[in-house]
Design a protein around this ligand. Structure first.
Ligand SMILES: Cc1cc2nc3c(=O)[nH]c(=O)nc-3n(C[C@H](O)[C@H](O)[C@H](O)COP(=O)(O)OP(=O)(O)OC[C@H]3O[C@@H](n4cnc5c(N)ncnc54)[C@H](O)[C@@H]3O)c2cc1C
Length: 332
């Protein structure tokens, strides 16, 4: 597979990058680690006339603590996140998620920004041009049909980031900059819920920072992921759990976020409510994990059946809740 022709823009400063994005709006794609976008370009699924590389912008990497929050710059690699004791100590679920992305060769190049802005996937869409040309275009390819769901009136492609659900479980925010302004929003608000176009970022915007508030008091978190092999596999279903409470395991607050359960990460308030204000019994944990089922919107468009992924949503959520609660009870 060959890359289509394109021109490379290599700004050395963020300011220059933002003005280049403005100038070539609609015709330029950002490349961070390139582990996702280059594959899409080779398949002909993204054919931008310009690519803007972040490689030379030195100060877009790093992790620091400031005013009760941790700031991860967008071009920080997953390897740096895995090796950060700050992230591992404060946000176990985020560390676990980064450790489970693909395998070390990808983690060494892949960035947190690129991970959040990865496109949604479907086994009928992420295919060669030859395969796709033999079929009518689906919603994601600009057509008006879904190949995974007969009569489906929308795109059912799956958003498979490992990092986004873990970050959302901590109420993390994203700082987006463009040449004349910036905005900071919850990462959960970056998603449209639409398979065709899963993110709400503007064509001239660049993610510069992930901001994670450090929770107060006793808290814990966990991330569990279903995949076929133990390496190089996107999540087929995943669950990120945050709990705060006390050492007896009484839960004050909880957030449960499903990954790969639809075209965006899903915050399952109904499951969190079951845990809040209690020292959850096994029955409560069963009830909380069972509550996620009705929010799982999956089709037969990944390498395992949708019915299996649905069941696994419950099981992986249960495991993540158990893991987080066990950690909450530990003496720190
Ligand atoms: C074999 C294989 C296995 C994989 N397994 C997993 C997995 O298990 N879990 C998982 O989550 N992912 C997986 N991935 C996907 C991908 O490798 C990761 O999501 C990675 O973190 C993407 O980061 P990147 O820096 O390489 O992004 P890139 O490929 O450079 O970019 C990805 C997208 O993000 C946009 N982007 C990048 N940086 C910014 C920014 N600062 N602001 C705005 N937009 C930006 C790009 O324009 C592009 O659209 C896998 C990929 C491969 C090839």
């Amino acid at each position: 597979m060959r890359l289509p022709p394109f021109e490379v823009l290599e700004p050395a400063t963020l300011k220059n990058a933002l003005s280049m994005l403005e100038k070539h709006k609609g015709k330029v794609k950002i490349v961070a680690g390139g582990t996702e976008i280059v594959g899409l370009m080779k398949l002909g699924l993204s054919v931008p006339p310009y690519i803007l590389s972040l490689r030379k912008i030195k100060n877009l990497q790093g992790i620091k603590e400031s005013k009760g929050q941790i700031i991860i710059r967008s071009n920080t690699t997953l390897r740096e996140i895995i090796e950060s004791s700050l992230i591992n100590d404060l946000f176990k679920g985020i560390s676990q998620a980064a450790n489970l992305v693909a395998a070390p060769p990808i983690q060494n190049r892949a960035t947190i920004g690129g991970n959040i802005f990865q496109n949604s996937r479907c086994m009928y869409y992420n295919q060669s041009e030859l395969f796709r040309n033999g079929l009518k275009p689906c919603y994601k390819a600009g057509g008006v049909m879904c190949r995974a769901v007969k009569g489906g009136n929308r795109c059912f492609s799956v958003y498979q980031s490992d990092m986004a659900p873990a970050l959302i479980s901590f109420n993390a925010k994203a700082k987006l900059e463009k040449s004349d302004s910036s905005r900071t929003i919850l990462i959960s608000d970056l998603f449209t819920g639409k398979g065709e176009n899963p993110h709400s970022i503007g064509e001239n915007e660049l993610l510069t920072d992930i901001i994670i508030p450090i929770p107060k008091g006793q808290y814990s978190s966990a991330y569990e992921k279903l995949r076929i092999r133990k390496s190089l596999e996107y999540p087929l279903m995943s669950s990120a759990v945050f709990v705060s409470g006390n050492m007896n395991g009484e839960v004050i607050d909880a957030r449960i976020v499903l990954g790969a359960a639809g075209s965006s990460p899903k915050i399952i308030d109904k499951a969190s409510k079951v845990l809040k204000g209690k020292k959850p019994s096994n029955k409560d944990i069963e009830a909380a994990s069972g509550a996620v089922l009705q929010f799982v919107e999956v089709a037969d468009n990944l390498p395992v059946p949708a019915s299996y992924r649905r069941k696994m949503a419950v099981i992986y959520t249960k495991r993540a809740i158990q893991k987080a609660l066990k950690d909450l009870r530990k003496d720190r």
